[in-house]
Design a protein around this ligand. Structure first.
Ligand SMILES: Cc1cc2nc3c(=O)[nH]c(=O)nc-3n(C[C@H](O)[C@H](O)[C@H](O)COP(=O)(O)O)c2cc1C
Length: 307
């Protein structure tokens, strides 16, 4: 069933505000089969926005990787997909199209999960991007409604339009993250589609991933379960010293990559030490950390341990 053109071990899901290039590279080193960028606006790329272009980049050891685009204009999506294929060459594994983001500012402009209500336009986007590039084009979506038949009908249209695979996050857009992901939607899509299905939703352990595989998913994504926990990809249980070492590498390499991005370490560090004896201290200290030295001093104090 799996005809996915990449290593289908656990995948790092696209996550806006989380997936910086260093985090993605760490996940890859720990065993992620593929990593995704944050969702990237096709319109912002078309305008030549520098910050948006930066989001496309990845570290050399994290290639080939998946780029996720969002947008609702087929011609713009196609043109940007073609341009980034030309730019990234063999570094690009696939282009994924976001049809699941429920955030108000994304949906209100007709993007992300808004497309779940516009099947015809969604199919046009897939067909246009598919015609523009050689790499596989995939779609990441949510449930169209609580009736699996609706989700299958929508997904079938995407497959007919050229989608090479579909990722399903088993919640409706209206649910945001409330309730448990509806896992049996994977069964319905696997049974009803001839393209591979990738599962997403509530994967916090390798056991969760195994359950999705047993339902026929060709691959499984980890999202929230990877924050502060790239070890989910290796199956290791890190001790405090290992957490400190990886967090330090993340800080140093992120600073070297782009000093202005260092502020992202506030949330990453809180996640790395969540549930550990130093969690509270880290959460407090990151609020005032600014420079590389601040972050390194904070990690130094973590290495000593204690509250
Ligand atoms: C902070 C955050 C940012 C996310 N950003 C994206 C995104 O840019 N594109 C996307 O398709 N999904 C995004 N998602 C959804 C995840 O990829 C995933 O489908 C969802 O979190 C369900 O998986 P989980 O329950 O294992 O976290 C995001 C989720 C979180 C928590």
């Amino acid at each position: 069933m799996s005809t996915l053109p990449f290593d289908t071990r656990l995948l790092l899901a696209p996550m806006a505000g989380v997936n910086d290039p260093v985090f993605r590279a760490l996940c890859r080193r720990m065993g992620a089969g593929l990593t995704y960028t944050e969702m990237i606006s096709s319109l912002a790329l078309a305008y030549g926005n520098r910050k948006t272009q930066d989001m496309l980049r990845a570290l050399p050891e994290d290639r080939p990787y998946a780029v996720q685009l969002f947008g609702s204009e087929p011609a713009v999506m196609a043109a940007q997909a073609r341009a980034l294929e030309a730019e990234l060459g063999a570094g690009l594994a696939l282009i994924d199209i976001n049809m699941g983001c429920p955030a108000r500012k994304v949906v209100s402009s007709g993007n992300g999960a808004a497309l779940l209500k516009r099947s015809e336009l969604a199919c046009e986007i897939v067909a246009a991007v598919h015609a523009a590039v050689r790499v596989p084009v995939t779609v990441k979506m949510r449930l169209v409604s609580h009736a699996d038949a609706d989700t299958l009908a929508f997904a079938s249209g995407l497959a007919e339009s050229g989608a090479a695979a579909l990722t399903i996050h088993g919640r409706t857009a209206e649910q945001y993250y409330r309730g448990a992901a509806h896992r049996s939607s994977v069964d319905t899509l696997v049974a009803g589609l001839s393209i591979p299905v990738i599962a997403s939703g509530d994967v916090f352990s390798r056991e969760d991933a195994r359950e999705y595989r047993e339902r026929g998913a060709s691959a499984v994504m980890v999202a929230r379960g990877a924050r502060g926990n790239p070890w989910i990809f290796s199956g290791e249980e890190p001790d405090l010293a290992e957490r400190v070492a990886v967090a330090r590498e993340h800080v140093e390499r992120l600073h070297a990559w782009e000093p202005r991005k260092l502020v992202w370490m506030r949330k990453h560090l809180a996640w790395y030490f969540k549930g550990s004896p130093v969690a509270l201290r880290v959460r407090k200290a990151v609020q005032t950390a600014v420079s590389l030295e601040d972050y390194l001093a904070l990690l130094e104090s973590c290495a000593v341990g204690g509250e």
